[in-house]
Every structure is written in structure tokens, then in C-alpha cells.
Design a protein around this ligand. Structure first.
Ligand SMILES: [Zn+2]
Ligand SMILES: [Zn+2]
Length: 319
């Protein structure tokens, strides 16, 4: 079986799973080029926004927006571009792919990773796993890239949207989801092949910790929030002080691997104390902050946890 045949077989397996595919440039990761009507750099360019108002029925123009699960259409692409690579439109495929890069140019990690032994995206991902007390997700679909990076695939639950991003998950980690695509296994560039490393082709459902993390890193659009009620300005009561101290102690003593989870639950509980008028918001912020530092949480993580807790509780309160 030649490379084109194995790629056609792979494309058939993708569309059988409902994953829309589209042609990438042979030997490269980029979509096939726009035609002259669709290329803003051409003198013949006819200004338009995309597929919907394209001056012709887009066939290979507009990248992942033309991705299809129609076997005939895909066969037709292969007939004309036998050496084409395959892109999967991750949004309509309901996939989220975490792309661990290898830090090819060897740039030094950002300061927040100092003395943590972090050299690339794989190390940053390992830190996230440790933070959530998780093992490496070796049972999901994993693809090795020509530059020795890894693509980890998961399926998204209905109704959940994840936006693509570069670097928001962590240093040297990209997320491919809505508004993006992933170079599929069997594709080949001048650097080598995208090769499936896992036993099967079926990704697992995205785990809770991952969705939680993606929410924290701003990959998931927040539900429309109701107007947040003004925080109660009442001073902290004696009972409120005791409860808050308990929560802070629980956070400071949280075992490694569970600290992030405890930070989130404790912060939410503390935000409810403010809403119930038992604690002053400033006291809650100060106590939680101090306890989270003892639990060795980063400033950024603490800030995110506190802000999202108040927002969450405010939203619930208004509902
Ligand atoms: Zn065109
Ligand atoms: Zn067009």
C-alpha cells in the first residue's frame, strides 16, 4: 500500500467517526492555497468574508472551513491531489487536541517555571497532571509529530465549546479546538510523519480535570453572566471568622496533587460566606490568598481561583 492509499484509508476512518477533513498542501502543514479570487494578495481578489459569500463554490479555498465528511468529495480531492496531507477541522469534529511542543529552538522557559526542571511542553503538561493528581492519559488517541511533539486527542461533551489557543494552556502547549484544525496522522512533511502512537484511533471523552483547566485558562467561553450583586459590605462576624479560618486551614494543609482542587472548592465556599453577609470580601481575599501561598499555589492560579469563585457565586446568587 503506497502513502496515498494509506492516507485515503485514514481519511475514511476519520470521516466514519464524523470528523470533517480537508486537503493540506502535499509535504506541508498548511491548507492548499486560496485561488486568485479568494487570495487577498492577488490583483483578481474579490473581497469576501468566507465560504458563505465566496464568489465560487469553494473547493480547496478557505482551509478548514471547507472540511467535509462526504466520502465522494474526499475521494475527489485525493484523485486530484494524491499526495495531499489531511487536516481535521477540530471544531465540528467535537475534538479538543492538546499539542505538546518540544521547544525546538531551545529557548529558556519563562520565569514561573524556574527550578521546576521544565524544558518543553511535555514537562509543562506533566506539571498540570501533577497539579490535578492525574496519570498520563495513555489510553486516549495520541499522535507523535515529526518534531517529536505529541498530539493528545479527546472528544468534547455535547454543548461544551473550547476555543483554540497558543500558549494559554501553558508554555509550549497549543490547544486545537473550535476555529482550528489539526494535522492528522499519516500526514508527512519534510521533517517526517505524523504517526499514531496509541493502540486505537478512538479518543476518550475529555476528563473533568482537563475541562476545568481549560475553563481556568480562558479556553471556554463563560456563560452569559447576570449582573453581579454588590458584595455585602457587612463586617466579618465571629461565626464567619471561624468558618473562614477552617477553610483557610483546610487549604493550607491540602495534600500535594489535590491542592488545586481544594483551592477551587475552598474559594467557592468562602465566596458564599461573603454573599451570605457573614464575611467581608476583603477578609476572605486576604485569608484565602495567604493559605493558598502556604499550599504553594502560584499568584496567577490564586488570582484566577478567587475571581472565578466570586463570579460564580455572584451569578448563582442573581439567578
Ligand atoms: Zn477560491
Ligand atoms: Zn473564496
Amino acid at each position: 500500500m503506497n502513502t496515498s492509499q494509506s492516507r485515503q484509508r485514514a481519511a475514511a476512518a476519520f470521516i466514519a467517526r464524523g470528523w470533517p477533513v480537508f486537503p493540506l498542501t502535499p509535504g506541508a502543514k498548511k491548507p492548499l492555497r486560496h485561488c486568485r479570487l479568494c487570495s487577498s494578495k492577488s490583483p483578481d481578489y474579490q473581497p469576501h468574508r468566507g465560504v458563505d459569500d465566496c464568489p465560487h463554490r469553494p473547493d480547496t479555498c478557505h482551509g478548514f472551513h471547507i472540511a467535509s465528511t462526504d466520502p465522494e468529495r474526499v475521494a475527489d480531492w485525493f484523485a486530484r491531489y494524491p499526495e495531499m496531507n489531511i487536516g481535521i477541522a477540530t471544531g465540528p469534529a467535537r475534538l479538543v487536541v492538546v499539542d505538546l511542543d518540544t521547544n525546538k529552538d531551545g529557548s529558556p522557559p519563562p520565569q514561573q517555571y524556574d527550578s521546576m526542571g521544565v524544558a518543553d511542553g511535555g514537562d509543562v503538561f506533566a506539571l498540570a497532571l501533577e497539579r490535578y493528581g492525574q496519570a498520563f492519559p495513555s489510553s486516549t488517541l495520541i499522535v507523535g509529530t515529526p518534531s517529536r511533539g505529541l498530539h493528545l486527542y479527546w472528544t468534547l461533551p455535547p454543548g461544551v465549546t473550547v476555543n483554540k489557543s497558543e500558549g494559554a494552556f501553558g508554555w509550549n502547549i497549543d490547544v486545537r479546538a473550535t476555529g482550528g484544525y489539526i494535522v492528522a496522522p499519516t500526514s508527512v512533511t519534510t521533517d517526517g510523519e505524523y504517526r499514531r502512537l496509541s493502540a486505537g484511533l478512538d479518543p476518550l471523552a475529555a476528563p473533568k480535570w482537563l475541562l476545568h483547566h481549560l475553563e481556568g485558562t480562558g479556553h471556554m467561553p463563560k456563560p452569559p453572566s447576570a449582573v453581579r450583586p454588590a458584595p455585602a459590605r457587612r463586617p466579618t462576624s465571629d461565626r464567619g471568622r471561624t468558618t473562614l479560618a477552617d477553610l483557610a486551614a483546610q487549604l493550607a494543609a491540602a495534600p500535594e496533587g489535590q491542592r488545586h482542587r481544594v483551592l477551587c472548592s475552598v474559594t467557592t465556599a468562602a465566596a458564599y460566606l461573603v454573599q451570605a453577609g457573614r464575611c467581608a470580601e476583603a477578609d476572605v481575599r486576604a485569608e484565602i490568598h495567604a493559605a493558598a501561598r502556604i499550599a504553594q499555589r502560584s499568584e496567577n492560579e490564586i488570582h484566577q481561583a478567587i475571581e472565578s469563585a466570586f463570579e460564580y457565586v455572584g451569578r448563582r446568587g442573581a439567578a
